[in-house]
Design a protein around this ligand. Structure first.
Ligand code: AGP
Length: 609
């Protein structure tokens, strides 16, 4: 995903910008570029591919300028290419802009700017910002005011850094719903989307809030609030070592990635509602073709398979299309019924899982249309599918999937809504309402992350167990599978998941005094049934940990530990209830002394059968 770095000071900007971009590489990107002030002009250099390629090119130029901005781009609007790489410039090439986020109203802005005589050189949403700033600057505004006036016209999410050849040595920046940090150093001032990009140069930072602006020069930084008034910022000193810095201050990547999930939800949804209708252009299928789909297979492995179990409920519930979810290693060796109107949805974080790839190839030979849902741009799953939705998780480092799982669930939810919209099974106002409730889950996940006391307490009670059962019904059953997998893969504690109604058909025999049963018991049409199953377990001595809906007082009578989560529509409980289960698994693993980022015997990408 995109990364920003900027520097103005007494040193040469080129190595600082390249060094910062290298530190941002972990986020994943497809192109990189810099704009450096050199002899009164802006020199802009872009390269498709790695920062190393950009670095190599820059070596030929030997820029000595001391002010510049840089960017790693992860394509959203416009394919990965040199022309679409940031920085983007104004018509007169005097203003350069780097941007993270999505400008949702860019199409309209672009049309108007073209009508006013602006010339565009890229397909990106970002380029409108360079032209808007150019217009305001031409009307006499300072660079800072020009940026402020430009952002007043933007709808969407952005972190922006801007330089102009007409105001040498100055960088102006702002943010909304996309992180941006300003650094104050001995040799100059810095801006970046992540502290890690500047940590070798300075450890004194100011984290900008939404709507705040900063004007950086080599000697100082001025900060301005949304109202335009200057304010004195709180400067934080970061004393992390580099290892911790890469983890964003968290003790491990897993926790960092769990905390990134509200952002993943927001990014995955950004730009999807266009003129009140849901749009997933990347699918590359006409409305007519989508309308013909009469069977869906979701194929995947591990955690991605569990995202598929959740999708089955949504696609069948909303779009009324029969949906099967199958482990890719099984799908590839049987003879599933596939016709030209079958849609195969292949879900894979890494985009290179051998079984999933083999299943895609098999499905295509049999005539299915294949959509990939993956986190890795240009991965084999992306290349070999007819259409692809990228989850906006950024690079996931912990072997146990957390944020990419949530990205998959949100992407599959969008797909289910789209199919329902196209087939006319949901009215447009219903789609919009569901979309807005889906978007609200970002905030609800934040609430869950704020206080983990109940989760830690429940984990402490289970740490010495030798086995655990996860149960639920409906959505709760699908989430339970993922809860059990998370626990076993990182804590090595044996865990199984069952639909709660299956308990008395066998698993209940396992239960004796103190046996942990973790129940997804959120409010849903099957809530009472889940409670009955918990009573059966409790009667046999089980220690019950319940994930329950805020305000549910009844549950306290049936559970030893209750982890409350915010009230959401049942279909969205997969998103909210997954988060405490991730934290629960991690807490147990930590207490058992396990390496949560690199569990034994597991690899992040399973590229062999
Ligand atoms: C997730 O925590 C696991 N490490 C694993 O089950 C993973 O989901 C599975 O190997 C599939 O990987 P993929 O999504 O990259 O295809």
């Amino acid at each position: 995903m995109c990364g920003i770095v900027g520097y103005t000071g007494s040193k040469s900007a080129q190595p600082i910008l390249v060094g910062g971009l290298k530190r941002l590489e972990y986020r994943g990107y497809d192109s990189a570029g810099v704009a450096i002030e050199q002899d009164g002009e802006l020199e802009v250099v872009h390269r498709k591919g790695k920062v190393e390629a950009l670095e190599h090119t820059l070596l030929h130029f030997h820029f000595t300028g001391t002010c510049g901005i840089g960017h790693t781009r992860w394509a959203t609007h416009g394919r990965p290419s040199e022309a679409n790489a940031h920085p983007h410039t104004s018509c007169d090439a005097q203003i350069a802009v780097v941007h993270n986020g999505i400008i949702e109203n860019f199409a309209e802005l672009r049309e108007n700017l073209i009508a006013r005589g602006h010339h565009f050189t890229s397909e990106t949403d970002t380029e409108v910002v360079a032209h808007l700033v150019e217009e305001e600057y031409a009307r006499g505004a300072s660079l800072l005011d020009a940026l402020r006036l430009a952002t007043q016209q933007l709808v969407g999410a952005y972190a922006l850094a801007v330089v102009s050849a007409k105001e040498p040595g100055v960088i102006v920046c702002t943010r909304k719903d996309s992180p941006l940090v300003v650094g104050v150093g001995e040799d100059g001032s810095f801006v970046a989307s992540d502290i890690i990009a500047m940590i070798e140069e300075t450890r004194d930072v100011v984290v900008l809030s939404d709507g705040q602006f900063a004007r950086l020069t080599s000697e100082s930084v001025e900060f301005y609030g949304e109202d335009g008034n200057a304010f004195e910022p709180i400067i934080s000193h970061v004393d992390w070592d580099l290892d911790v810095a890469e983890k964003g201050g968290y003790p491990d990547f897993m926790l960092k990635e769990i905390h990134e999930q509200p952002r993943v939800i927001r990014d995955t949804l950004a730009g999807r509602l266009v003129n009140g209708a849901l749009s997933i252009d990347e699918l590359d299928l006409s409305v007519e073709e989508l309308n013909l789909i009469d069977r869906v297979y979701v194929i995947a492995c591990g955690t991605s398979y569990h995202a598929g179990l959740i999708a089955k409920n949504l696609i069948e519930g909303w779009a009324r299309i029969p949906t099967e979810v199958e482990v890719a290693s099984e799908f590839r060796y049987r003879n599933p019924i596939i016709t030209p109107t079958t849609l195969v949805v292949a879900v894979s974080q890494s985009g290179e899982t051998a079984d999933t790839l083999a299943a895609i190839r098999d499905a295509r030979v049999k005539g299915a249309r294949v959509f990939g849902i993956t986190n890795v741009v240009g991965s084999p799953v992306a290349r070999e599918s007819d259409g692809v939705i990228y989850t906006k998780a950024n690079k996931e480092i912990a072997v146990a999937s957390t944020k990419s799982f949530l990205g998959q669930v949100v992407s599959l939810t969008l797909l289910a809504l789209l199919l329902a919209q196209v087939k006319g099974k949901l009215k447009m106002n219903q789609v919009r309402l569901l979309f807005s409730e889906l978007a609200d889950t970002a905030h609800q996940v934040e609430t869950i992350l704020e206080d983990t006391t109940a989760i830690d307490r429940a984990a402490a009670a289970c740490v010495d167990a030798t086995s655990a059962l996860f149960v639920g019904r409906g959505m709760g059953a699908a989430i339970s599978y993922e809860g059990a997998l998370k626990l076993k893969e990182i804590s090595y504690l044996h865990a199984e998941a069952y639909p709660a109604g299956e308990m008395k058909h066998g698993p209940i025999a396992l239960i004796d005094e103190g046996f942990p049963v973790i129940a997804v018991a959120t409010k849903s049409p099957v809530y009472d049934k889940v409670i009955s199953n918990l009573q059966e377990s409790k009667a046999r001595g089980a220690m019950i940990v319940a994930i329950a809906t805020e305000g549910d007082e009844e549950i306290v009578k049936h559970a030893d530990h209750v982890i409350y989560i915010p009230k959401v529509r049942d279909v969205f409980s997969a998103i909210t209830a997954s988060v405490p289960l991730q934290l629960f698994a991690r807490a147990i693993a930590i207490k058992r002394g396990c390496d949560v980022d690199q569990p034994r015997n597991l690899a992040k990408s399973v590229t062999v059968e």
